[in-house]
Design a protein around this ligand. Structure first.
Ligand code: FAD
Ligand code: FES
Length: 432
């Protein structure tokens, strides 16, 4: 009996010691957590410019694991033309801080802030800063990134207009050793990693760049996966990555290369330089693709996007199996409507107040976007890609609802909106 009492007393002692110890442990842990939080916040504020940093805003969906926030300096270590006409130039970039780069998903792009000196492609007096996006054109590697840029000439029917600002500047003035300011890779136009579904890449002109990244990744990581590339250009003159594509096709039986020339030169040999003449259309795909499910990836000039994407849908391809990216203002009709709030009926004319200029404009439905509305009335608003990719037009939304016809690529900060692809659904107050 005495032994039982002694045992019970011991159990009570252990229980009371454990409870007080537990309380002490919890207090110490909470204190440590608070101290760590303060130290981390101070480190983030004092991290040197250019070093990779954690995302500043918790509501940002960080597009790439390990991505830096804001601008980071990259040096051009090599540049080389990819086509015979020398209109498409690759730039190889390395981070100036030497810290290994986060991997990206094949198909994503980089955003650049470019300071154009006076006189470039007709820029007005003084330095002008512009924002542009360029797809990563090679598979992910920690050592560096590659982009490939096509020189944008004035439209054929309006030769009096200045040529493209950014592409002219990069082609004519960006040399090896020069430094560029770059945002981390982002974008939703990425390869689906499911190797059991064959991929069909459809590229027109410079739309080949994201496909090069996806293709190089597939042949490296999923060599058994069936991959078809339909690449449309005018002729061998503007056929980029010619040698690389031929080598990949020769080395990988699962890679089917379909070159489509619309105006072959007299020296271009059918069956050797190219497989099909004309344009890439549904008839060609139906004729040459095997039966069964495919994932389609489309990137090309507006006429190709406007015709091919709806044609694929009409052919019966599921919307989830069609991925596309436009390199400029959206040219494919949207799938649905998105907004910063649940949808409500929109009224015919809507007041949009721009607080900094003190102006209130009336949205009457004749503009494609809030950016167009602002520019039509002479308001100076930052912009870059004009397609919801770069974030240059991101603006604080003080009140109201902005809708988007399709999911913008750029991850919008909470309480902000993108003017270039946004439309008002209710009266707006914008901090611009
Ligand atoms: C996600 C994404 C990825 C991209 N990837 C690539 C890529 O890999 N490679 C690539 O080369 N491009 C890519 N682009 C396109 C790129 O961002 C630029 O849009 C392109 O380089 C043209 O920019 P620019 O400044 O040279 O031309 P801009 O100055 O923007 O001019 C564009 C065109 O408008 C014409 N123009 C000038 N003034 C007028 C006027 N008043 N009225 C009408 N037209 C006018 C110009 O002559 C030119 O033809 C991508 C775009 C996006 C959104
Ligand atoms: S201008 Fe690029 S997101 Fe609006």
């Amino acid at each position: 009996m005495t032994e039982i009492n002694t045992l019970a007393q011991s159990v009570r002692d252990i229980a009371s010691v454990t409870a007080s110890q537990l309380l002490a442990y919890i207090s110490v842990a909470l204190l440590l957590q608070a101290v760590m939080g303060v130290v981390l916040a101070m480190w983030r504020r004092t991290a040197p410019a250019g070093a990779p940093q954690a995302a500043e805003h918790e509501d940002v969906v960080t597009a790439v694991k390990g991505a830096w926030s804001g601008w980071r300096d990259f040096r051009v270590v090599r540049r080389e033309f990819e086509d015979a006409a020398q209109t498409q130039c690759s730039f190889h970039l390395q981070a100036v801080d030497g810290v290994p780069l986060p991997t990206f998903q094949p198909g994503q792009y980089l955003t650049f802030s470019l300071k154009l000196p006076e006189g470039v492609a007709g820029t007005p007096a003084g330095v002008r800063t512009i924002t542009r996006c360029y797809s990563l054109s090679d598979r992910p590697e920690a050592a560096g990134y590659r982009i490939t840029i096509k020189r944008a000439l004035a439209p054929a029917d309006r030769p009096e207009l200045p040529p493209g600002l950014s592409s002219s500047f990069l082609h004519d003035h960006l040399h090896e050793g020069d430094v560029l300011q770059v945002k981390a890779p982002s974008g939703h136009f990425v390869i689906d990693a499911d190797a059991s579904v064959p991929a069909v890449f459809i590229a027109g002109g410079i739309g080949i760049t994201p496909m090069m990244s996806m293709l190089r990744w597939c042949t490296e990581e999923q060599p058994e996966r069936l991959v078809h590339l339909y690449y449309g250009v005018r002729s061998s003159n503007d056929h980029a990555f010619k040698r690389v594509l031929e080598e990949l096709a020769a080395a990988h039986a699962a890679f089917k290369l379909n070159l489509v020339y619309s105006s072959p030169t007299a020296d271009d040999v059918p069956g050797h330089d190219y497989q099909h003449s004309g344009h890439i259309d549904l008839a060609l795909l139906r004729r040459t693709l095997p039966q069964g499910r495919h994932q389609f990836y489309v990137c090309g000039p507006p006429p190709m996007m406007r015709s091919l994407v709806p044609a694929l849908r009409e052919w019966g391809v599921q919307a989830d199996d069609i991925h596309f990216e436009a390199f400029g203002p959206a040219s494919v009709r949207p799938r649905g409507s998105l907004s910063n709030e649940p949808a409500v009926a929109s009224s015919a004319s809507i007041d949009v107040r721009f607080t900094r200029s003190g102006r209130t404009l009336v949205w009457d439905g004749q503009d494609a976007s809030l950016l167009d509305l602002a520019e039509r009335h002479g308001l100076a608003v930052d912009s870059g890609c004009r397609s919801g990719s770069c974030g240059a037009c991101q603006t604080r939304l003080l009140s109201g609802i902005v809708t988007y016809a399709d999911q913008p690529d750029h991850d919008i900060l909470r309480g902000h909106c993108l003017l270039c692809v946004g439309q008002p659904q209710s009266a707006l107050v914008l901090d611009v």
